[in-house]
Design a protein around this ligand. Structure first.
Ligand code: CA2
Length: 149
């Protein structure tokens, strides 16, 4: 199975570390990418790391992953709570999917408590800060290994 992993980030996550540090911490998305790349190398994974503010771009990356990747880590950001398009795309992806939220969405406003993506994800991580991305990669690597044996 492919060792390629897509790590996808939704709208406004390009602002990570620049605004609202009390919710999302001080690390920037570039810091997250650097740490994820280091861990991916350790885990023997090849990483495609993307962020977009446009729903269709995320859908297109999921389609690309369908053709080539063995797993997806996704923080769909606000799309989590209303995007049937992203859910439909993930439902057409045959390999493990881990959903990440930096904040604990269940401790926040009611509208953040529901996730369309969680109905597809193999695991959900929320409230671990940006460390959640690293935990997600470790879990994904394990699921990919289990699937390969
Ligand atoms: O906790 C998460 O990771 C979220 O997916 C982040 C989304 C939010 O809509 C979800 O409910 C939970 C928001 C991402 C916005 O990121 C920003 C980062 C810094 C400054 C402003 C926005």
């Amino acid at each position: 199975m492919s060792r390629l992993v897509f790590l996808l980030n939704g709208p406004n996550l390009n602002l990570l570390g620049k605004r609202q540090p009390h919710i999302y911490g001080h690390e920037t998305l570039a810091d997250v990418e650097r740490d994820c790349r280091a861990l991916a190398t350790e885990l023997g994974l090849e990483l495609r790391f993307h962020q977009s503010n446009r729903e269709y771009e995320i859908v297109d990356w999921i389609h690309e992953a369908r053709e080539s990747a063995g797993g997806i880590v996704i923080n769909p950001a606000a799309f989590t709570h209303y995007s049937v398009a992203i859910l439909d795309a993930l439902n057409a992806f045959d390999h493990p999917v881990i959903e990440v939220h930096i904040s604990n969405v269940h401790k926040r406003e009611e509208f953040r408590h529901h996730s369309f993506v969680s109905t597809r994800a193999d695991g959900v991580i929320a409230g671990f800060g940006t460390q959640g991305y690293l935990l997600a990669l470790r879990r994904l690597a394990r699921l990919m290994d289990e699937k390969a044996t």
